[in-house]
Design a protein around this ligand. Structure first.
Ligand code: PLP
Length: 375
């Protein structure tokens, strides 16, 4: 199999599996137990927190472990809403992940908030000025993704952070698609919250991170035994947390080499896509190096994905037709792509494990399939 759907999830790094096995099989105690095995587990967890904080440019006390980025996002947006006072307005983009869009939808039903969704430009990038223009005295929260998962387009999350500083508005960044794909640091960031997910960078499924800036108001999300300094109860997933720290370290250390290599692979794919009459939906110079969203007019996205799958190649679709896809059709629609371009879009997302041979095989199969499938 050739796996090119890494924005959906990645393979666990073998080194990560190895270290996790130790904390499942040997040092498996509850990190909140006070006996020696508990202390060993606790120490491993806190060392992982320190490593993660240092790699992200944060303080360990600003790092909370959750079960996935969706949980981190829910926590951030719901916490901000609980401290909004009389303010009602949130501003986000129309191309956010459903974890953000549907959480706001729910908050609208339950808390009567007002949601402003700023659309992207044709290249899939949202302009910071357009978000800023929507801000008024009624605004309590801005949430923007750092990188769009469907197109790979990098959003102006840093610029927006500078513009928002000292405005007294909560700022959340969905940073899920940044790790291992572009330099990312919270060191000079002014955001209050940032969400991450380990399974997107060769870490385990079941671990999310919520960064909460020091002095930002925070409401406990899951109440119970008081773990995570009383803010997120439930016995921590020590193997997953330790694995996440190692996965993050590996991702950061290989960033430069991986980026250069994957950008070359993207050029090879783009050449082929153009040769077969396709359109590139990703802004090459303003996107992460692992992602390429392309449309092959005349072939529906899901038909091409299925045909590639039969040839042993896994790519993602942007179509909303399948409830099992991550349904990115609305992203292309928001970019004002024409209906055919939207219906025929596929997403190729590589990882540091992708090889040149994978890409050469992929483009060979793509050319062959397009010749037979096109009507
Ligand atoms: N945000 C973005 C940009 C994503 O790509 C994803 C996953 O696809 C999520 C949030 C949700 O992540 P998780 O699967 O960890 O809940």
């Amino acid at each position: 199999m050739i796996y090119l759907d890494n924005n959906a999830t990645t393979r666990l790094a073998p080194e990560v599996l190895e270290i996790m096995t130790r904390y499942y099989m040997q040092d498996y105690a509850n990190p909140n137990s006070i006996h020696s095995m508990g202390l060993t587990a606790n120490m491993a967890m806190e060392e992982a927190r320190e490593k993660i904080a240092s790699l992200l440019g944060a303080n360990p006390r600003e790092i909370f472990f959750t079960s996935c980025a969706t949980e981190s996002i829910n926590w951030a947006l719901r916490t901000a809403t609980s401290f909004r006072g009389n303010r009602k307005k949130v501003i986000t983009s129309s191309i956010e992940h459903k974890a953000v869009l549907n959480t706001f939808k729910d908050l609208k039903n339950t808390h009567d908030i007002e949601i402003v969704q700023v659309p992207p430009e044709k290249d899939g990038v949202v302009l910071a000025e357009k978000i800023l223009k929507e801000i008024d005295d009624d605004t309590y929260l801005v949430s923007l993704m750092a990188v769009n998962n469907v197109t790979g387009a990098i959003q102006p999350f840093e610029q927006l952070g500078n513009l928002l500083a000292k405005k007294g508005i909560f700022y959340h960044i969905d940073a899920v698609q940044t790790i291992g794909k572009m330099p990312f640091s919270l060191k000079n960031s002014t955001c209050d919250f940032a969400s991450f997910s380990a399974h997107k960078f060769h870490g385990p499924k079941g671990i999310g991170i919520l960064y909460v800036r020091k002095n930002t108001k925070l409401r406990p999300f899951i109440t119970g035994g008081g773990q995570e300094r009383g803010m997120r109860s439930g016995t921590q997933n020590v193997p997953g947390i330790v694995g996440t720290a190692l996965a993050l370290e590996l991702a950061v250390n290989s960033l430069e080499e991986t980026s250069t290599r994957l950008n070359e692979y993207r050029k090879i794919i783009i050449e082929t896509v153009k040769e077969i009459g396709g359109v590139v939906n990703t802004p090459f110079d303003h996107s992460i190096p692992n992602t390429l969203n392309v449309s092959i007019p005349g072939i529906r996205g899901e038909i091409l994905v299925n045909a590639l799958s039969e040839e042993g190649i896994c790519v993602g679709t942007s179509s909303a037709c399948s409830s099992r896809s991550d349904g990115g059709q609305y992203v292309l629609e928001a970019m004002k792509a024409n209906p055919e371009q939207t219906a025929s879009a596929i997403r190729i997302s590589m990882s540091r494990e992708t090889t040149e041979q994978d890409i050469l095989t992929f483009i060979g199969v793509l050319k062959k399939l397009v010749a037979t499938l096109k009507f």
